[in-house]
Design a protein around this ligand. Structure first.
Ligand SMILES: *Cc1c(COP(=O)(O)O)cnc(C)c1O
Length: 407
């Protein structure tokens, strides 16, 4: 498992990577519509930049266009691309249990793009390899799925059906899922793209992948399973060693992570991971002026985003990250114990840092003071607390005291 690095080692690695890139300040780079950041506004000789590798990367402005795990990419930025490749490897292999050297991926603009990328690839696979019609392709996922699923179906001209969930774990049952998937089949759907959540946005619930796989196999239809771990990808695998939603499961061929949620990286740091052999279904060969062409949705993007993820993960190391997660989980359990004492209703997955409260149990002014997020801004049934770094026991205790005073 990856080792923690000292600040000086991290800094040296990043500045060495920048040095291997083309240098717009010194080299004759004439052909690309790119340069360093505007020098009147972003002065590159600022002394503090020498100690700020992320900001220095931003000022140097490398473009990470394309996918860098496929062998060929824009050679001007090979130094920082190698760091992005290392982020992809680390996430696929060390966090998500994938085998060595078997994964492609890239740092996307966010979880939305990574989900779109996966669904785009599977749709194209069905169109190209199996001569499918658009109206025969069905995207499914739980009714607690992120809204990027209906968005993807809309963009890609395929249908989306939300599968109902119920009960203590907010999960589908064998019966409910069979009924709903069979009804898609009866409606002429022959090809399935299924999304399983490793923590949903509103509840932190985790889908039952075994039931999903069983029911899909029973249809006899060709299917792919994508895991949306935008929320849980940097938390759940550390809290639950027997995580059934990672690449050790052969039915799972792609996973979305977001570093701009639990990892506290800047926005623009979604991560797309996929088993090798599939990126070709997303290649735009017309991108011929780009070295290595382009197999991503986004096109140009800043290399600084990948640098930020790498720096954060290296600062902690595997064990440091596990400790960080353990602290968040422990605070979440502390909160749940207090809620139990006050008989306030809530949903929580035992390996998650999200507590979703029954709105009826929470006075409106307290919900407002603590910026609790409702499931629906018109008529809230649920209000969510996410136990992040700044949500300390001390602050949670203040919240509990207010609830007590209100009783
Ligand atoms: C946040 C989130 C996304 C998408 O996130 P963006 O980064 O905002 O695009 C997708 N799925 C889940 C479960 C999420 O929580």
């Amino acid at each position: 498992m990856w080792k923690k690095l000292e600040h000086a080692e991290i800094r040296k690695t990043i500045f060495d990577a920048i040095d291997q890139n083309a240098n717009f300040y010194k080299d004759d780079v004439f052909g690309v519509p790119a340069s360093h950041l505007d020098s009147k506004v972003f002065y590159q000789d600022e002394p503090f930049l020498k100690n700020a590798p992320f900001l220095a990367t931003m000022v140097h402005n490398p473009n990470h266009i394309g996918c860098h795990t496929l062998g060929k990419s824009e050679s001007y930025f090979s130094g920082t691309q190698a760091i992005e490749r290392e982020v992809i490897r680390l996430c696929a292999e060390e966090i998500l249990g994938g085998e060595k050297g078997q994964f492609d991926g890239y740092v996307a603009s966010g979880g939305t793009e990574a989900n779109l990328q996966a669904i785009w690839i599977y749709r194209n696979y069905f169109l190209l390899e199996l001569n499918a019609q658009h109206n025969e392709i069905q995207l499914i996922g739980s009714s607690d799925c992120h809204y990027s699923m209906p968005k993807a179906a809309n963009l890609l001209n395929i249908s989306w059906n939300a599968m109902s969930v119920s009960g203590e774990k907010r999960n589908w049952t064998k019966e409910s899922l069979t009924k709903e998937i069979q009804s898609c089949v009866a409606n002429g759907k022959k090809y399935f793209i299924a999304v399983a959540n490793m923590m949903t946005t509103m509840f932190g619930s985790v889908d039952d992948i075994h039931i999903l796989t069983e029911v899909l196999e029973e249809t006899g239809c060709k299917f792919f399973i994508h895991v949306d771990a935008a929320y849980g990808g940097f938390l759940y695998p550390f809290a639950h060693a027997k995580n059934p939603l990672d690449f050790r499961n052969p039915h799972i061929s792609s996973i979305t992570l977001d570093a701009h949620k639990m990892v506290q990286a800047p926005y623009g740091t979604g991560i797309f991971l996929m088993r090798k052999g599939f990126m070709k279904y997303a290649v735009t060969e017309e991108a011929s002026y780009v070295e290595g062409e382009d197999s991503t949705i986004i096109g140009s993007r800043s290399g600084a985003n990948a640098i930020s993820i790498w720096m954060i993960l290296m600062m902690y190391g595997y064990y440091g990250w596990q400790e960080k997660v353990a602290t968040l989980i422990q605070r979440t359990s502390w909160l749940c114990d207090r809620l139990d004492q006050l008989a306030i209703g809530y949903f929580r997955n035992e390996y998650s840092n999200i507590v979703t409260l029954r709105a009826a149990d929470i006075p409106a002014d307290i919900a407002k003071n603590y910026a609790l997020v409702p499931d629906n801004h018109h008529e809230a049934k649920w209000l969510k607390i996410v136990v992040m770094e700044h949500v300390t026991l001390e602050r949670l205790d203040g919240f509990i005291q207010q609830l007590k005073d209100n009783k």
